[in-house]
Design a binder for this molecule. Structure first.
Ligand code: ASP
Length: 318
């Protein structure tokens, strides 16, 4: 984990003029390339991302290719193929991507496409828009050459049928709401990018869209400062503009770790009862410092650089 000690070391290296606004005054990167990703599937995503980063590939390619592996894995009931359906039995996907030039693309409520993250990248690169949803996103994906694919696996269908017997919407903390793979990377050029992709909360209402495709909520990147991403109950992340405020707090001088913690505290302040509300945030700054924090125990993340290959438990508030 990026520590306060490291942060102090970096600011000390930058000299006294850096102390007031260390991240902007000292754009020299110290710990690059590096990639950081949510949950246990972040380990495999990071492996793919790292292969790209270590060959001086771009952060954008690294995060896209890393999360694609998780999207394609039918064993995960959380993202892409095999994702848990909504309460009507439809697998609906949300994803977004953002690069170092403040360009971004997003898809929401997308069905029958294996790699929403790559469709989001196409929205960013091939259209004048940021976000496409539902049938329009699907049509665009097909026009761009993405194949139609059935995403509901037998295993996810059977679990949904068991759920239908009670039809109670009570997502299990750290299980039914740890859908999202989100990755942040800093490449050898010193550029940041991020990607976020999910099948959303299991058994959500048909048509529900979470934080993951919303720039500023599930993901935000500002190449002058840093990047942040979220996972967990998307409604809480949207209500507090989670990733955007983390980046702004880093701009004001906070470390990634402290910024994640402050954004989690904001969620706790703004909700009456968080006993069953898990949100986890990750952040990465221009110096390659990183941090993670969650409301409840149980949020994990993976980090990969030339010096670090770790799978960590985040700190948490409650
Ligand atoms: N944030 C995602 C959503 O609300 C789910 C998750 O990350 O667990 O759709």
């Amino acid at each position: 984990m990026g520590t306060r000690r490291d942060f102090l070391r970096l600011t000390a290296l930058a000299g006294t003029s850096a102390i007031a606004s260390p991240l902007i005054a000292n754009p020299k990167t110290e710990n690059k390339p590096i990639v950081i990703s949510t949950w246990d599937h972040g380990v495999v995503a990071n492996t793919v991302s790292w292969d790209i980063l270590k060959k001086n590939g771009t952060a954008l390619d690294a995060v896209e290719q890393g999360v694609r592996v998780v999207e394609a894995d039918p064993r995960g009931t959380t993202v892409g193929v095999g994702g848990s359906p909504d309460r009507d039995g439809y697998v609906t996907l949300d994803a977004c991507i953002m690069n170092h030039k403040n360009q971004c693309g997003s898809v929401a409520f997308l069905q029958n496409i294996e790699h929403p993250i790559s469709v989001a990248r196409k929205v960013m690169e091939e259209t004048p828009h940021v976000m496409l949803v539902g049938e329009g996103a699907y049509q665009f994906a097909r026009e761009q050459g993405f194949e139609r694919k059935e995403l509901l696996t037998e295993k996810s269908k059977e679990a949904w049928e068991r759920w239908l017997q009670s039809s109670e919407y009570k997502p299990v903390v750290n299980i039914e709401n740890h859908d999202t793979i989100a990755s942040l990377a800093l490449d050898s050029q010193g550029n940041l990018s991020g990607a976020c992709t999910t099948s959303g909360m299991a058994y959500k209402m048909h048509g529900r869209v979470g934080d993951s495709p919303i720039i500023g909520a599930g993901l935000f990147v500002d190449n002058e400062v840093g990047a942040a991403c979220g996972t967990g109950v998307g409604e809480a992340i949207i209500r507090t503009a989670g990733s955007a405020i983390i980046v702004e707090m880093m701009r004001a001088g906070m470390s990634p770790q402290d910024a994640c913690k402050a954004a989690i505290e904001r969620i706790i302040e703004k909700h009456d009862d968080v006993s069953n509300l898990q949100v986890g945030y990750l952040a990465l700054n221009k110096e390659g410092e990183y941090g993670g924090y969650s409301v409840l125990k149980g949020f994990t993340y993976a980090v990969r650089s030339s010096e670090v290959d770790e799978y960590l438990n985040s700190d948490y508030s409650l």
